[in-house]
Design a protein around this ligand. Structure first.
Ligand code: HEC
Length: 357
């Protein structure tokens, strides 16, 4: 038997020897197909086709299950998955052309213009949970709802133990049979990776390479801010009876300051700046320019000096050795000005929202 949970929202059971389809059932909100038929073909809904206009489709391109690993507990016979239950407005960009070195999705990135603003059918409407799934009966056994999206991979061990890191900076042990939380420790950053366990001199350890990453990008973005953790990468290990205290992570960034400079741009240029930002920058700096400020800077916090070097940073690779690519093969000076104007607009919005609270 082969158990597989790809991004498309279904959990598959497949014959591992012949590759034959056995069954598929949804583990998250799915509206692109009603089910898989007995031949292993999805039965699509009209909503799956966005060639003639945008459609709100579940799951999102980030996947109902993506990089953080699921695990099978040999004792309970259940599979434990970090699920992202999120939709996305899919639409084709009529002006899209393949660009070498760019993020070539062909999707219309203008959907991010309203990122973080409206409720309901919006790129931001997500839920996330740790799901215990019975692969034989193809049904849910329990779930533990998470506060934010994009949580960590799972590790199933021992008689009845399950470990999972969380997007909001915790490392948690659950009872695998019923999901009861047994223990938790702060991590001081997002904890996306799959934990590992190992033995040294007869003592058992559990460890995690903590930090942001995965399909939502390096930043942690909104989830990091919501959770009040900033992070960066760190490796942490625990053992029974251990006495070390987890060193605190970097403190959260604090309120978004008022924009440090002004860059003139029309409404149309701001919209274009948003599209360019979400095509070239958001995978690292976060959707909506909300970065969280862990592995990569949150661009809403740039000061006057940093803004003065913005074009040089982006086009000439001023910070290339530290992982900030150069974009002179993809963007013009004018493109960069529009992106910068968009970033400043997001800074002004973030500042206003926090001042209003
Ligand atoms: C592959 C990931 C990645 C992408 C894509 C990316 N950046 Fe960065 N960016 C980084 C990292 C990492 C840093 C921090 C470099 C450092 O610490 O010096 C950074 C730093 C910056 C800085 C400098 C901040 C400062 O300290 O002065 C600016 C400005 C910036 N990025 C803008 C952009 C823009 C605009 C885009 C899109 C055109 C973009 N970045 C795309 C990873 C990325």
């Amino acid at each position: 038997m082969l158990l597989h949970a790809p991004k498309n929202g279904f959990f598959f059971v497949i014959d591992r020897e012949s590759g034959e389809f056995i069954s598929a059932k949804p583990i998250a909100g799915v509206n692109w197909a009603t089910h898989y038929d007995e031949t292993g073909r999805p039965v699509e809904t009209p909503n799956a086709d966005f060639r003639d206009g945008s459609r709100f489709i579940r799951p999102s391109p980030y996947g109902a299950h993506s990089w953080p690993p699921m695990s099978l507990h040999p004792k309970t016979g259940l599979v434990y998955l970090p699920v992202v239950d999120m939709g996305y407005v899919y639409g084709g960009d009529p002006e899209w052309k393949f660009q070498q070195g760019s993020w070539n999705t062909g999707l219309d990135m203008s959907v991010f213009e309203t990122f973080g603003e409206t409720e309901g059918e919006n790129v931001e409407s997500w839920g996330a949970y740790l799901l215990a799934w019975d692969p034989v009966r193809q049904r849910e056994v329990w779930r533990h709802t998470h506060r934010t999206g994009f949580n960590g991979g799972t590790l199933s061990v021992g008689e009845d133990l399950l470990f999972e890191g969380s997007a909001d900076g915790r490392f948690v042990a659950y009872r695998a049979t019923d999901g009861k939380q047994l223990w938790e420790s702060p991590v001081g950053t997002g904890a996306m990776a799959g934990p590992v366990t190992y033995e040294v001199d007869g003592e058992q350890y559990v460890a995690i390479a903590a930090g942001w990453g995965g399909s939502f990008g390096l930043s942690g973005g909104e989830a990091a801010l919501l959770a009040g953790v900033r992070g960066g990468g760190r490796v942490l290990a625990w053992k029974l009876g251990g006495t070390a205290v987890v060193p605190p992570g970097k403190p959260p960034l604090g309120p978004v300051p008022a924009p440090a400079v002004r860059v003139a741009a029309s409404e149309k240029e701001l919209r274009r700046g948003s599209v360019l930002y979400h095509t070239q920058c958001s995978a690292c700096h976060g959707p909506g320019a909300i970065g969280g400020g862990s592995a990569v800077p949150d661009l809403r916090y740039l000061d006057e000096r940093q803004h003065g070097l913005f074009a040089e940073t982006v086009l000439k690779g001023l910070h290339e050795p530290a992982g900030m690519p150069r974009f002179d093969d993809l963007l013009s000076t004018d493109d960069v000005r529009q992106i910068q104007a968009y970033v400043l607009q997001q800074a002004a919005k973030g500042h206003a929202a926090e001042s209003a609270n």
